[in-house]
Design a binder for this molecule. Structure first.
Ligand code: NAD
Ligand code: TDX
Length: 333
């Protein structure tokens, strides 16, 4: 049995990862450390509460003393998802992003190093590489050129992680993935926002000309990639993870409206995001060749699964819409 500390496990990818890990490694003990910001949703892991081998710790990754107490439980692996993750919010409140993503990551690293964890997997993003034109892809050797306060804070966290490896030989690995989608994603991000608004026949805001391109990765494929990195990722290395599923935002919206049998009249073009990155595309040959990871979802299959999930989980959606998902009674269990 291994003890794994997951940060940000009440969020989108972190909660999907905990479900994935408990399914494939039921003997392991998972400690989920989460501050329960607006993006943290206890409903995401409600089915695990009370199960053996799952524990929630309400805490801040910036609180080194608190983290240190939990590391004493024999934590061997840390998987670090916790972050402020939404680009639009970073444009309005950059400071929160620096505090959590940069300083929070440093505190977590300090606690993990003190307790000699065997592997630290830092979940980063392709956005640290900046923006592409019509051609080319991001490789692990692409220079960092972040454009938003969000991506700059993630690049900062990557550099602190790198410094812990270079300076102390701390066994950290960095992953940089493309845009994730799937169940349990907070409806501020493009795909869940379109699905939930289209279901309610509400207007769908498309920034600029709608021709920005993202490379979509189904969250379960991301989880299987992280599993491979935990098992065989080499400390000090960076692994890109991408779905090779490039789509313009307009194509994504049209696919969802078609699947839901809704009119394209719901589309509303709105002023562009400031500093809006034009295109992301990931070269993930390294993780495929060195760790044998292969994504299994096409965008079409993943999108259908995602839409079906949002149609089925009406209570999950309603509790976000009315704010009741944030009820904080009995947060520790
Ligand atoms: P999310 O916003 O859904 O979840 C973030 C979680 O972190 C929430 O549960 C929140 O409560 C928690 N959190 C925030 N600040 C905290 C703090 N100070 N201490 C403890 N917990 C805190 O994010 P997500 O979309 O699941 O992203 C997870 C990670 O993956 C992030 O590091 C993000 O940068 C990265 N990433 C996400 C995507 C994507 O498409 N969603 C793509 C690339 C990389
Ligand atoms: O209402 C919208 N209208 C719109 O046109 C929203 C919310 C988004 N968009 C556009 C902006 C982007 O071109 O859709 C695209 C995707 O936007 P987001 O879902 O906000 O994702 P993005 O900015 O690409 O960043 C995401 O992927 C990389 C995650 O939020 C990051 O956490 C991750 O690092």
């Amino acid at each position: 049995m291994a003890v794994i500390l997951v940060t940000g496990g009440m969020g989108f990818i972190g909660s999907n990862f905990i479900h994935y890990w408990k399914k494939h490694h039921p003997q392991d003990h998972v400690l989920n450390v989460d501050l329960l910001t607006y993006a943290g949703n206890k409903d995401n892991v409600a089915s695990l509460v009370g199960q053996a081998g799952y524990e929630f710790v309400h805490g801040d990754i910036g609180d080194e003393a608190h983290l240190s107490q939990w590391m004493q439980k024999g934590v061997e692996v840390v998987v670090h998802f916790a972050a402020e993750s939404h680009v639009d919010r970073s444009i309005h409140s950059p400071r929160d992003f620096v505090m959590t993503n940069v300083l929070g990551t440093q505190s977590l690293l300090a606690a993990a190093r003190q307790h000699n964890v065997k592997k630290f997997v830092h979940i980063s993003t392709d956005e640290v590489y900046g923006s592409l034109g019509d051609e080319g892809v991001f490789t692990e050797k692409t220079a960092l050129a972040p454009n938003s306060p969000y991506s700059a804070s993630k690049a900062g966290s990557d550099l602190i992680v790198r410094a812990y490896y270079e300076t102390y030989g701390f066994p950290a690995v960095i992953t940089r993935c493309s845009n994730n989608y799937g169940p349990r994603q907070f409806p501020e991000k493009l795909i869940p926002l379109i699905i939930t608004r289209a279901i309610r026949n509400e207007p769908i805001p498309i920034y600029g000309d709608g021709l920005n391109v993202r490379d979509w990765l189904y969250v379960e494929d991301h989880c299987s990639a992280i599993e491979r990195v935990i098992q065989d990722g080499v400390p000090g290395e960076v692994y890109n993870i991408g779905g090779h599923q490039e789509r313009t935002n307009l194509d994504v919206v049209k696919s969802i409206l078609k699947e839901l049998n809704k009119s394209e009249d719901l589309i509303h073009f709105v002023p562009d995001r400031l500093g809006h990155d034009r295109r992301y595309a990931i070269d993930s040959r390294k993780i495929q060749q060195e760790l044998g990871w292969v994504p299994s979802y096409s965008f079409e299959t993943g999108l259908q699964e995602t839409i079906q999930w949002y149609l089925k989980e009406r209570t999950w959606c309603e509790r976000i819409a009315d704010g009741s998902y944030r009820d904080t009674e009995e947060v520790d269990h």
